[in-house]
Design a protein around this ligand. Structure first.
Ligand SMILES: [Zn+2]
Length: 314
């Protein structure tokens, strides 16, 4: 079922697990991600990012993401990651995305607040949720998600007191923080500032988001989630897993492209399942409020049907 970020992240924050965001730039990625979520009974967030639009235009991506989310047996958020312009975020909302990130983290603090607050009001009027970013998560060299390489990332770490002010003033539903994480594949093992995650989690009410998850160790994830992260963004790991599987299949290919499709879907599924288990979102599909609402509707429908049948049988 299609839900928004609050439906999956508020229960995650309360019960100390995290929900993964996996970018689904094409159909193989989307199929792998959804089937991993269904097989592990995990809520999931999938979508695309503004810098990934050259690989799959927003409108075309929406044609499969939204129906697939609605049809899924687990809660699925369809999210625009790193919307960089007002117009792209509005377009995503109009197409039916249930969540957007408006990334104004390279603007001044005042501009970030002003722009994100305006978008938050708009997103909420659509029944959608919004994520903002404070501090700045940079990119490892060669990242598919961007090219803002930072020489000293610690200059851009999120300030906990400012984070509270930002959330209060903008009304964002989730906050991406910079704590030593970066997009793309890490050249050197990253060192996360766990103390900072704990402090921000104590200061801010909304769920916290860790970008640049590909390449962190399993222990990094466990610790970050324990310290207060409720959403983790993953792209590089599934992006690479799909191609490695296709490469292996390539030598025994006899029908062409259609040989590679199932290999890619299966690899994305396996890699996503691994992450869902690591984040402990497996088995949590029914905790999401969207899920309980639809369960309630089902239960009410059943009761009403029984009552009507009783009446008709009299
Ligand atoms: Zn990011």
């Amino acid at each position: 079922m299609l839900v928004n970020m609050n439906d999956v992240l508020i229960p995650a924050k309360k019960n100390h697990y995290a929900v993964g965001l996996f970018n689904a730039v094409n159909l193989e990625l989307a199929r792998g991600i959804i089937s991993a979520a269904e097989s592990t009974r995990s809520p999931v967030i999938m979508g695309t990012a503004e810098v990934l639009l050259p690989y799959g235009p927003l409108e075309e991506v929406s044609y499969y993401l939204i129906p697939m989310a609605k049809k899924a047996s687990v809660p699925v958020v369809v999210h625009l990651d790193h919307g960089l312009s007002y117009d792209t975020c509005v377009k995503a909302l109009k197409l039916g995305f249930s969540s957007v990130m408006y990334d104004c983290s390279t603007d001044s603090y005042e501009e970030n607040v002003r722009k994100v607050k305006e978008m938050a009001d708009l997103a909420h009027s659509y029944g959608a949720t919004i994520e903002g970013e404070l501090g700045h998560v940079g990119d490892n060299e060669g990242s598919a998600e961007g090219s803002s390489h930072l020489d000293d990332p610690s200059n851009f770490f999120t300030d906990p007191a400012l984070a509270k002010d930002f959330v209060d003033k903008t009304g964002v539903d989730a906050l991406a923080i910079a704590v030593g994480n970066a997009h793309g594949a890490y050249k050197l093992p990253p060192k996360l500032d766990f103390e900072r995650i704990r402090t921000i989690a104590k200061t801010v009410d909304v769920p916290l988001v860790l970008h640049g998850g590909s390449g962190l160790t399993d222990n990094d994830f466990r610790q970050a989630i324990k310290d207060g992260i409720s959403k983790v963004n993953i792209f590089t790991d599934i992006n690479v897993a799909a191609v490695e599987a296709e490469f292996k299949k390539f030598s025994s290919m006899d029908k062409g492209l259609i040989d590679l499709i199932p290999a890619a879907v299966e690899a994305v599924k396996q890699e996503s399942e691994k992450k869902m288990k690591l984040f402990s979102s497996n088995g949590k599909a029914d905790l999401s409020s969207g899920a309980s609402l639809s369960a309630d509707i089902e239960a009410i429908t059943k009761l009403v049907t029984q009552e009507v049948l009783k009446y008709l049988n009299k």
